[in-house]
Every structure is written in structure tokens, then in C-alpha cells.
Design a protein around this ligand. Structure first.
Ligand SMILES: Cc1ncc(COP(=O)(O)O)c(C=O)c1O
Length: 387
């Protein structure tokens, strides 16, 4: 640590240099991230309220009330009534909370298990590791859809929870949530849907004429949903959300912190101190954009997604894996071409995509920061790479 502080100007200068090799969303080269530039007005609001601490809501009752209002509004967007929940650091924390609830609700199971698709996010492996839960992973069929029969065969007397995904990390696909619901009907098994990515895409696709499977609280068996403002919600990093159908779950499984200055309260969070600023910012973003604003953002992303798919279809050496449901495009090499080589050569040209070795694919996420000219340039470079 420096004994004597240095000037702000000097510090900014040092930071500019140190951070100069970070990638910028606006360059368009970040094709493999589910995060994007936060909405400008949200940044302003965040800066104004960044000292608010929702870890001690008794001290910030206004912020806590705003969070409740926002949860209820998003719950309604996900076709639920009187939904409870709260905002988290992201999809991983929300999924961790959901897995913990599933375990806590079944103290009668000595060796708890969770059944989930093989495409589920790594956060479930983390949760299982931390909570000593066995994960039973169901395979996919050849169209990259969940093999429901295999999923069903993994459910047994030790199953405390099942997971479905609405917007897989690798391909943005939606699992058959209704069918999973049918499998666990009346079985006292917790059903969590991970819509970390899809949560702020799917509700707006109807208006744009796209079709997709039912995925939200309109499926009676769905108990909770993860949806992240810091992905397609245009929110500030870090902001995730967990939305829960039954408020009794908070009373049955919540933690308490008796010493807080603002008073004791029940909560489900892994963290203690947590940002109120990002929640207030997301409230403001939702109010400012409105439904129409989100529809417009999703429309542009979906049109750009189709543009990329059409262009890939014209190229020899690579093909799209499936028809995208949302703004995620998976590409797989054709015979004679190598995935790692393609990915590395693209990286050398500054294109940052996600690589999924298990499925032999690279994937682009067509976020709001990815624009037509970026895609056109990417296609030119992809042709070069494929020789
Ligand atoms: C489906 C899904 N769930 C959860 C997560 C984890 O989210 P986070 O990185 O915000 O913890 C991701 C991340 O990409 C995801 O795609």
C-alpha cells in the first residue's frame, strides 16, 4: 500500500493503461458473453444509490419495498401471482439458493439427488458440491433436445428437486418444462427453472410472433425461476434474480441474522451485504424501457441472430447446430474441419466466442452490443479462418 496517496489524475491514467487490454462490448468482438453494456439510465441511477445495502433492509425500508414491488412485477411478467423472491449476484447464486431450498424442503431424504439436463449450467455442479447433493444428469437426443425418457428414469425416491432450463447456456434452447412438470406432479419434488438468460427474452417473443414452449409460472408445477437482469435485462453487473411461487418457502427455509441494526428478517441469500443500487437501477430500467422498450431490444437481437444464421448457411466448413429459439447461435464444424483450430484462429483475430467441447460447437450470443456490421465482419473473418 502506498504511504502517501497519489492524485486522481494519476490514478485514472494508471487505470487506463492497466485496463487497456480488456475487451469492450462496443467493439463487437465479444460474441460469447451473455452480459452486455448496462442501459445508460440504469448506470446513472446506480451511481446515485450505490450505498444502499439490502443486506440490512430494516435500515433501507424504501429500497426493500422497491425490491418487493419489482419482484412482484417480474413475477407477473412470468405469469405468476403474488410471487416472492429477491435479487442476487447472478444466475449462480440464484441457482444455489434454489438447490438449497429443494434440499431443505425434504429433510426426510438422507441422500438427496437432483435430476437435471446435461446442458445445465455449472452453477448446479457448484451447488451440489457445496451441499453434498448427487446430480443425476439426463442426456439429450440427437436434436439437442432433452431426452425426457432418460430424465424420467433418473427420478427416484431420493429426488428432492428437478431442474429445467429456459435458455440453455450452450444453445439458448428451452427444455420441455410442461412435460417435466407432468413427471413430478404430486410427488413433493421441487421444480426450479433456470431462465437466467431466457427470462428477459422469452416474455417478449410472443409479441414478435416467435413461438417457444411454455416455461414459466403458467406451468403449475414450477416452484421457482432464476432470471438475470445483468444478462438480457440490461441491468448492472452483478444482478440476478430468484422468483418463488410459494411465500411459505421463505418462512420454512430462510436464514435469520438477529444482530442487524435494522432488525431481524428472513432471507434466502448466500451473501449478507448486498447491493441495493443494482436493484433500484433495474427498477428504473424497467420503468424507463417499459414492455415496448424490451420488445424493441429483443426484436433487434432476434433479427441479427437470423442474419448470422443466414450468413453461416452460405459458408462451407461450418453449419448451425439448431434453429435458434432465442439470440444464441451454435456452430459446428463440418467434416474435415476442427473445432479447436477454428476457435483459436477466431481468437487470434480477436473474436471471442464460447466453446463447448462436449457438444463440438462454438456459440455466439447476439446481445444488444452486437450489431450488423460486427456480424458482417465476423463472417468475413470466419470465411478466412475456414480457408
Ligand atoms: C442458463 C444459465 N444459468 C446460470 C448462469 C450463471 O449466471 P452468472 O454467471 O450470472 O452467475 C448462466 C451463465 O451464463 C447461464 O447461462
Amino acid at each position: 500500500m502506498l504511504k502517501k496517496g497519489i492524485s486522481k489524475e494519476e490514478i485514472i491514467d494508471i487505470l487506463e493503461k492497466k485496463l487497456s487490454n480488456d475487451f469492450e462490448y462496443d467493439s463487437g468482438s465479444i460474441l460469447g458473453s451473455m452480459c452486455t453494456n448496462a442501459f445508460d439510465f440504469g448506470k446513472e441511477i446506480y451511481y446515485k444509490y450505490l450505498n444502499k445495502n439490502l443486506g440490512d433492509p430494516g435500515l433501507f425500508p424504501g429500497t426493500a419495498e422497491l425490491e418487493k414491488e419489482l419482484v412482484s412485477e417480474i413475477g407477473a411478467l412470468f405469469k405468476g401471482k403474488d410471487i416472492i423472491g429477491s435479487f442476487t449476484t447472478g444466475g449462480s447464486e440464484s441457482n444455489l439458493i434454489a438447490v438449497r431450498i429443494a434440499k431443505k424442503l425434504r429433510p426426510d431424504i438422507k441422500n438427496p439427488e437432483i435430476v437435471l439436463p446435461i446442458t445445465a449450467h455449472i452453477s448446479f455442479d457448484k451447488a451440489a458440491d457445496l451441499m453434498n447433493i448427487r446430480l443425476r444428469k439426463a442426456r439429450l437426443n440427437k436434436n439437442f433436445q432433452l431426452d425426457l425418457e432418460h430424465f424420467e428414469s433418473l427420478i427416484n425416491k431420493n429426488t428432492c428437486g428437478v431442474i429445467g432450463i429456459a435458455g440453455t447456456t450452450s444453445l439458448g434452447l428451452v427444455d420441455p418444462i410442461e412435460a417435466i412438470g407432468d413427471l413430478i406432479k404430486d410427488k413433493n419434488i421441487f421444480f426450479h427453472v433456470d431462465a437466467a438468460f431466457g427470462g428477459f427474452v422469452l416474455p417478449f417473443l410472443d409479441d414478435l410472433g416467435y413461438s417457444y414452449p411454455k416455461w414459466d409460472f403458467s406451468v403449475n408445477e414450477v416452484d421457482s425461476i432464476t432470471a438475470d437482469p445483468h444478462k438480457m435485462g440490461m441491468g448492472i453487473i452483478p444482478s440476478g434474480g430468484i422468483f418463488i411461487r410459494n411465500e411459505k418457502i421463505l418462512h420454512r427455509t430462510g436464514f435469520e441474522i438477529p444482530y442487524l441494526a435494522g432488525g431481524n428478517f428472513k432471507h434466502l441469500h448466500i451473501v449478507g451485504t448486498r447491493t441495493g443500487g443494482t436493484v433500484i437501477a433495474f427498477w428504473a430500467i424497467l420503468k424507463n424501457l417499459g414492455r415496448n422498450g424490451f420488445i424493441k431490444i429483443v426484436k433487434t437481437c432476434m433479427e441479427n441472430t437470423q442474419y448470422l444464421v443466414d450468413k453461416i448457411d452460405e459458408i462451407e466448413g461450418i453449419k448451425t447446430v439448431v434453429n435458434p429459439v432465442m439470440n444464441v447461435v451454435g456452430m459446428t464444424p463440418e467434416r474435415g474441419y476442427n473445432l479447436c483450430e477454428i476457435d483459436q484462429k477466431l481468437k487470434n483475430l480477436n473474436w471471442m466466442l464460447g466453446k463447448f467441447d462436449d457438444f463440438n460447437l462454438i456459440r455466439a450470443v447476439i446481445m444488444p452490443h452486437v450489431r450488423r456490421p460486427h456480424i458482417t465482419k465476423f463472417i468475413e473473418d470466419l470465411k478466412l479462418v475456414l480457408g
